[in-house]
Design a protein around this ligand. Structure first.
Ligand code: ADP
Length: 422
């Protein structure tokens, strides 16, 4: 199998978002958790998104991990590698976008790397090199107060110049609007001026298609899910639809739902789930105090698994959460509850559960880590941004999962998910 596209994402949720976007655009896509082992058995796929957690680590470490991911992807035949960054260009003057881009550029032999975080359908546009978040420039958006990487400059040519060893330049919208040939001509001019990284304007979805068409002729590009969409369109030439990539063999077996998210949306979804399945509410104080509550939940679940799906939730209202945090500390309570959910998941796998719906970003991370799942094939979309996932290369039999962060999904999310997870 030869990959059409390799991607390296600098965080997990960004990786899921990209994998979902590529799948919707018709590329069969696997998302891996970290750099996969050399012997990972992949199904027939077009794209792999390697999820790293490299956005806010030391630049040197981000470079070495990204290089390892690139090596793996090239080894599977990927001609083009997209380095997936946040659509708000989250970074500091030290990196990590510039240093990783420099390293991938050096490895690829490309003279100029195309760079754009634009994704017009989500309100991220770039004009004259300035990134807009909705209607305001980046430096006036909430990103100006980000705790890890506050963004005080909306001009990405300047931002990238500060982080990179190469000179950065601009492909303005006027060229993009004139089409791929005009963009290629501008890139040629920039290369002659010694520019190694080109920020490309994009304001409309059609701009991404022009950019994608040019990018597939390069070895490396840098951007968010928008350029991913452009690349996917160029690679499928509009041929394949999302539905065709999602026809999987059913998995069967018992199904379980776990909820650790305390968002309004999740609380509403749990209330609705009660109409169709048994629900156990964990006592958060007991969870923090020891393992007994997890064992109680497992015993409760084992008795009921044969009769249909069930839900175990730690979720509580904001007042209740604040009270628990006041008694035990925010971090300690959160960590203990996440680990209890992971314990319960491990116990339920042993009891035969193969279909999972997990509510909560951190909660999902804890469950996936504990089950040691190396990667997922992305399938049908349950709700915007939440696809069904099928495990790839797991030590257990194949499993289906729906991993939902807090506010995603409609009121019937649990039922909607299970309907698509046969
Ligand atoms: P979301 O996607 O909604 O942010 P997360 O799973 O990422 O959900 O985060 C929820 C956090 O709240 C987790 O750390 C979880 O362990 C913690 N938590 C869950 N239930 C409770 C509770 N009853 N009291 C305090 N913390 C809780």
């Amino acid at each position: 199998m030869t990959l059409k596209l390799g991607c390296i994402a600098d965080d997990y949720t960004g990786a899921s978002d990209l994998a979902n976007t590529l799948t919707r655009a018709g590329l069969r896509t696997v998302q891996t958790i970290g750099v996969p082992s050399d012997d990972l058995a992949l199904p027939e796929v077009d794209a792999v998104v390697v999820s790293l957690k490299s956005r806010s680590i030391e630049a040197e470490l981000a470079v070495s991990r990204s290089r390892a991911a690139e090596k793996w992807l090239r080894g599977r035949g990927a001609d083009h590698v997209l380095f997936k960054i946040c659509s708000t260009f989250d970074s500091t003057d030290k990196g990590n976008i510039g240093p990783v881009m420099d390293a991938l550029r050096a490895d690829s032999g490309d003279k100029v790397v195309l760079v754009t975080p634009a994704f017009p359908e989500t309100g991220r546009t770039v004009y004259q090199g300035n990134l807009f978040v909705g209607s305001v420039p980046l430096n006036e958006s909430p990103l100006k107060d980000h705790p890890l990487n506050p963004m005080h400059d909306s001009n990405l040519v300047r931002v990238l110049t500060r982080q990179s060893r190469t000179k950065a330049g601009l492909v303005p919208l006027a060229d993009v609007t004139r089409g791929p040939a005009a963009v290629r001509a501008r890139l040629g001019d920039l290369a002659n001026q010694g520019v190694g990284a080109a920020i490309i304007d994009a304001v409309f979805d059609a701009d991404l298609e022009t950019i994608g068409e040019v990018a597939v002729g390069h070895r490396v590009s840098v951007g968010a899910s928008g350029i991913g969409l452009g690349l996917a369109r160029a690679l499928t030439a509009g041929g394949r639809k999302a539905a065709e990539v999602a026809a999987w063999e059913p998995i069967g077996g018992p199904a379980a739902c776990l909820a650790g998210s305390c968002s309004q949306a999740t609380l509403g979804q749990i209330a609705k789930a009660k109409e169709i399945m048994p629900v156990l509410h964990l006592d958060p104080d007991h969870v923090v105090e020891g393992k007994e509550e997890g064992r109680r939940a497992l015993a409760w679940a084992r008795e009921r698994l044969g009769s249909g799906p069930l839900l175990i939730a730690s979720s509580a209202t904001a007042d209740q959460v604040a009270a628990v945090q006041a008694r035990h500390g925010r971090e300690a309570a959160g960590h203990a509850i996440e680990q209890a959910m992971a314990d319960i998941a491990e116990g339920l796998v042993a009891a035969g559960v193969r279909r999972w719906v997990v509510a909560g970003g951190e909660t999902s991370g804890a469950v996936v880590d504990r089950l040691g799942i190396p990667g997922f094939l992305v399938g049908a979309e349950i709700a915007p941004g939440v696809p069904v996932l099928r495990t790839v290369g797991a030590r257990q039999d194949d499993m289906l999962l729906a991993l939902k962060s807090g506010n995603f999904g409609g009121p019937d999310f649990f039922a909607d998910a299970l309907k698509l997870m046969r």
